[in-house]
Design a binder for this molecule. Structure first.
Ligand SMILES: *[C@@H]1O[C@H](CO)[C@@H](O)[C@H](O)[C@H]1NC(C)=O
Ligand SMILES: *[C@@H]1O[C@H](CO)[C@@H](O)[C@H](O)[C@H]1NC(C)=O
Ligand SMILES: *[C@@H]1O[C@H](CO)[C@@H](O)[C@H](O)[C@H]1NC(C)=O
Ligand SMILES: *[C@@H]1O[C@H](CO)[C@@H](O)[C@H](O)[C@H]1NC(C)=O
Ligand SMILES: *[C@@H]1O[C@H](CO)[C@@H](O)[C@H](O)[C@H]1NC(C)=O
Ligand SMILES: *[C@@H]1O[C@H](CO)[C@@H](O)[C@H](O)[C@H]1NC(C)=O
Ligand SMILES: *[C@@H]1O[C@H](CO)[C@@H](O)[C@H](O)[C@H]1NC(C)=O
Ligand SMILES: *[C@@H]1O[C@H](CO)[C@@H](O)[C@H](O)[C@H]1NC(C)=O
Ligand SMILES: *[C@@H]1O[C@H](CO)[C@@H](O)[C@H](O)[C@H]1NC(C)=O
Ligand SMILES: *[C@@H]1O[C@H](CO)[C@@H](O)[C@H](O)[C@H]1NC(C)=O
Ligand SMILES: *[C@@H]1O[C@H](CO)[C@@H](O)[C@H](O)[C@H]1NC(C)=O
Ligand SMILES: *[C@@H]1O[C@H](CO)[C@@H](O)[C@H](O)[C@H]1NC(C)=O
Length: 490
């Protein structure tokens, strides 16, 4: 137990007031450390042990009295008990104590509290290690006095309506391992002092109104495993110091206003499984070092201004399951090395400036569910490996210059719901096999050079509600079973 280990001015004040009450519960070791003080304080008027709990109870009740709605919260167990040693530990909802009987945790998650922290007497609880006030309706500022909780390991204020700035003083809580301030209305910039929280493991500041740059001081937080900063208005460039955070597993800064390049140092994050940078304003090329992210499972860089071509090193990411590169300015051909990504379930390459052929074996992994490459300048045939890829759910290849006779390019797909091949240069006949896709809801092959008739077998795909075969050279009649289609364009 190191309750009085630091001997700071702050803690001495606390001792002066409550020492004898506390001593009732502390260990021999601590008593020894405090022996001088004890003697000194004994000369003054010592308070009885009950006063320790009286003061804690009063502090909590004062805070509760400040709530806007006294009936909404579920703190009915909170009531003053004048008996000696009447501890709120484990009796008052959400108040827990350590083995020595000292309040070390306040957990009032999802307790219907509507109020502020302004009446919370932080100085009364200097031994708090865990504070979880998530999922309430707390509002107003986060008081800088929160730094009195110098032992704090765990601070979760997420899912409330806190506003104003994150107090820079939070950098003094140097034992913090977890800081969750997400889903509030915090504004201003992220204080660089957060870079002093050297034991921080999890940082969650997402879904606020935070502005300004990501402080380079984040590079000091060597123990960080997760950084969630998404859904803010952060700007400036991504500090290359993030590459120092070798323990990082998840880095999510999507839906901000970051500009400048993706630093090549991110390639050093070999434990990273998830990298979300989509919906920003990042420019320049995808650094080839991204190919060093051996653990990455989900890489999402869509909706930026990235240019250049896909580095062939992406083919080394053998654990990759999701790759999102949509809506950038990427060009060049899609590297054949992408065929090595055998675990891909989602591959989104649409709305770029890609040219050349699609790699012929891109579907060989057999796990791909969602594939989009629409709105590019792709040429050449539909990859042969697509025919046998039974896992497909959604396929979008429209708006390219794909060529070939498609009558034998497609198989039957048990899960396929949506396929759009419109506005390419495909020719040949419509395969009967579309009728053997039991989930198929949308089939679009408009704006090609299809010939022949619509095979009546298509109507065996009983889920189909949109069939767009317009702007082709089809002949004959519409099979009569199609009466139930809600949308049929021919
Ligand atoms: C307080 O909360 C209760 C229960 O949610 C609700 O019925 C009551 O209208 C609220 N009172 C005020 C003043 O908001
Ligand atoms: C607080 O309590 C909830 C359930 O009541 C639990 O899920 C959560 O882990 C607790 N928080 C801490 C810090 O122990
Ligand atoms: C508090 O009450 C709410 C409903 O008002 C309930 O959803 C929640 O589970 C309760 N929380 C606790 C910790 O009992
Ligand atoms: C932050 O929000 C507070 C109130 O919530 C407001 O007074 C202040 O102007 C805002 N600051 C910025 C920089 O937007
Ligand atoms: C990376 O992950 C492995 C396995 O979980 C772990 O043993 C190792 O310590 C991690 N590396 C860092 C730098 O955290
Ligand atoms: C994004 O940042 C740029 C400067 O880099 C600025 O001009 C623009 O207004 C910002 N956009 C938003 C939505 O904040
Ligand atoms: C991207 O940056 C440009 C130039 O800095 C700016 O004009 C534009 O508003 C930014 N876009 C977004 C979505 O913030
Ligand atoms: C990418 O765009 C930048 C301007 O933002 C330009 O200087 C650079 O030449 C482009 N690179 C490629 C490979 O197109
Ligand atoms: C897209 O690529 C074509 C060549 O395939 C090139 O002519 C065009 O300038 C590129 N457009 C953009 C916006 O990069
Ligand atoms: C593929 O898309 C469907 C429909 O949008 C979605 O339900 C499914 O979760 C996606 N698959 C993956 C692996 O994300
Ligand atoms: C397309 O291929 C099929 C099967 O190989 C063949 O029967 C048909 O004549 C071809 N159609 C065109 C228009 O070349
Ligand atoms: C469609 O195919 C016919 C015959 O194969 C050909 O004469 C015509 O040019 C093609 N039209 C287009 C738009 O490719």
């Amino acid at each position: 137990m190191t309750v009085f280990g630091h001997g700071t001015f702050l803690i001495l004040l606390y001792l002066d007031k409550f020492l004898t009450g506390i001593l009732h519960y502390v260990t021999a070791e601590t008593k020894f450390k405090l022996s001088n003080l004890e003697i000194k304080l004994d000369k003054s008027q010592p308070q009885k042990p009950v006063d320790h709990w009286k003061e804690k109870q009063e502090a909590l009740l004062k805070w509760k009295a400040s709530f806007q709605n006294q009936t909404k919260n579920n703190l009915t167990s909170w009531g003053y008990n004048p008996k000696a040693n009447a501890t709120p530990c484990n009796i008052w909802t959400g108040i827990s104590c350590n083995a020595a009987g000292i309040v070390n945790m306040i957990n009032l998650t999802n307790s219907g509290i509507q109020g502020t922290l302004y009446e919370f007497t932080f100085l009364s609880f200097p031994n708090l290690e865990y504070v979880d006030l998530s999922l309430n309706q707390l509002f107003g500022a986060i008081p800088p006095q929160i730094t009195s909780l110098s032992k704090l390991i765990y601070l979760d204020l997420s899912y409330n309506q806190f506003s104003g700035k994150i107090p820079p003083e939070i950098g003094l809580l140097n034992n913090l391992q977890l800081l969750h301030l997400n889903e509030n209305q915090l504004n201003g910039s992220i204080p660089r002092e957060i870079g002093q929280l050297k034991f921080l493991n999890e940082l969650a500041l997402q879904t606020n109104n935070l502005q300004g740059a990501i402080p380079p001081s984040f590079g000091n937080l060597k123990h960080l495993t997760t950084i969630y900063l998404y859904n803010n208005q952060l700007s400036g460039s991504l500090p290359s110091e993030i590459g120092n955070l070798k323990s990082l597993v998840e880095l999510c800064i999507d839906n901000n206003n970051l500009s400048g390049p993706i630093p090549s140092s991110l390639g050093d994050l070999t434990n990273l499984t998830l990298l979300y940078l989509f919906k920003n304003n990042l420019s320049g090329t995808i650094p080839k070092e991204i190919g060093n992210l051996k653990s990455i499972v989900d890489l999402e860089l869509s909706q930026n201004q990235l240019n250049g071509s896909i580095p062939t090193s992406l083919g080394d990411l053998s654990n990759l399951e999701k790759l999102f590169l949509s809506a950038n300015k990427l060009s060049g051909s899609i590297p054949q090395e992408m065929e090595n990504l055998m675990k891909l379930t989602v591959l989104q390459l649409d709305t770029n400036n890609f040219s050349g052929y699609l790699p012929q074996n891109i579907f060989q992994g057999g796990s791909l569910e969602n594939f989009t490459a629409h709105t590019n300048h792709l040429i050449g045939p539909i990859p042969k490996s697509l025919k046998t890829c039974k896992s497909l759910v959604r396929v979008r290849l429209e708006g390219n210059q794909l060529t070939g006779n498609i009558s034998e390019d497609f198989g039957d797909y048990p899960n396929l719901q949506f396929i759009d091949l419109s506005h390419n240069n495909l020719h040949g006949e419509i395969s009967q096999l579309w009728g053997q896709c039991p989930q198929l809801a949308t089939l679009r092959i408009a704006g090609n050079n299809l010939t022949g008739r619509i095979p009546p077998e298509i109507s065996h795909a009983t889920q189909i509600h949109e069939l767009d075969l317009s702007s082709n050279s089809l002949v004959g009649v519409i099979p009569k079973d199609f009466g139930r289609l809600t949308s049929l364009v021919n």
